[in-house]
Design a binder for this molecule. Structure first.
Ligand code: AMP
Length: 265
């Protein structure tokens, strides 16, 4: 198997990125698709594109199962953010950590107010950010779907019109993150100005989507991984997220959507 990673920049900032784990005979196709993505992005064309292709020892690859998926319908992004914050609190993420994640993602989580390349790590209790480089964040890579799981996932997601690359990729990323040592939950919304949906994923509740977590047209987005900072050595967490290869060969259930109400869902 090969890890294929792409990183693109524009105006000296992060523009887009992608990561796959594919057999040797699919490397060229995966790399070409990544270049196409960077050149045809809703944020404009990339100015520089870097590709990294590495062979991995297939004995090191672990296998995993994707989380269950459910959509919580919300009327707008204000309600979506309230619903996501409530869910995070119910999962054991403290108020300071929820506040840090929302405030930083709303203003642009990098120190210059732009988007980070990766995710922030937020301590569940103190709300402090733990990632070593707050501009870069932590970029999760070396994860993908097996060919059969990709087919099955598409079939399952089609039932609710969710079979889009954005959803499939986010699910794979969230699946790896929720298996990480010390992770309590993840919050994400896209930096794509046309994509307003986001999610909260966790080991406990799976992957819960909200159709609106940001206003249309907003170029800011990001990811926060909520972590029990005192219980897990940071290096072990970073090694897992960045280096451990995981192939998801089983998909979870797709539950019927439900409406979120202010009094609790
Ligand atoms: P996207 O869902 O691709 O629009 O990405 C939204 C935000 O999530 C980006 O601005 C990054 O901050 C973060 N992100 C994207 N991909 C990754 C990744 N592989 N690992 C960690 N964070 C990521």
């Amino acid at each position: 198997m090969y890890s294929v990673r792409m990183r693109a920049r524009r105006h000296a900032r992060h523009h887009s990125g992608a990561e796959r784990l594919v057999p040797g005979d699919a490397v060229d196709q995966a790399a070409a698709a990544m270049v196409r993505r960077a050149m045809n992005h809703s944020r404009g064309r990339a100015e520089t594109i870097e590709l990294a292709i590495e062979e991995l020892d297939s004995k090191q690859i672990e296998y995993g199962v994707l989380p269950d998926v459910q959509t919580w319908q919300v009327s707008d992004f204000h309600q979506g953010r309230r619903a996501a914050a409530n869910l995070l609190c119910s999962l054991g993420v403290g108020p300071a950590a929820v506040e840090t994640a929302f405030a930083d993602m709303i203003r642009g989580a990098a120190p210059d107010g732009g988007n980070m390349r990766g995710a922030m790590l937020v301590d569940v209790h103190s709300g402090c950010r733990l990632e070593p480089d707050p501009a870069r964040g932590v970029r999760v890579s070396r994860m993908d779907l097996s060919t059969e799981a990709r087919r099955n996932l598409s079939r399952v997601l089609q039932q609710q019109d969710l079979d889009q690359e954005t959803v499939r990729e986010a699910l794979v990323l969230a699946a790896k993150v929720r298996m990480a040592p010390g992770i309590v939950a993840e919050l994400c919304w896209s930096d794509d100005p046309d994509y307003t949906a986001g999610y909260v994923a966790s080991p406990e509740r799976g992957y819960i989507r909200f159709p609106h977590l940001k206003p249309r047209g907003d170029r800011r987005g990001g990811r926060a991984f909520f972590v029990r900072g005192a219980c897990v050595p940071l290096n072990a967490l970073l090694d897992y997220l960045q280096l451990r290869p995981i192939l998801f060969d089983r998909v979870g259930h797709l539950h019927p959507p439900q409406f979120w109400t202010e009094s609790g869902s």
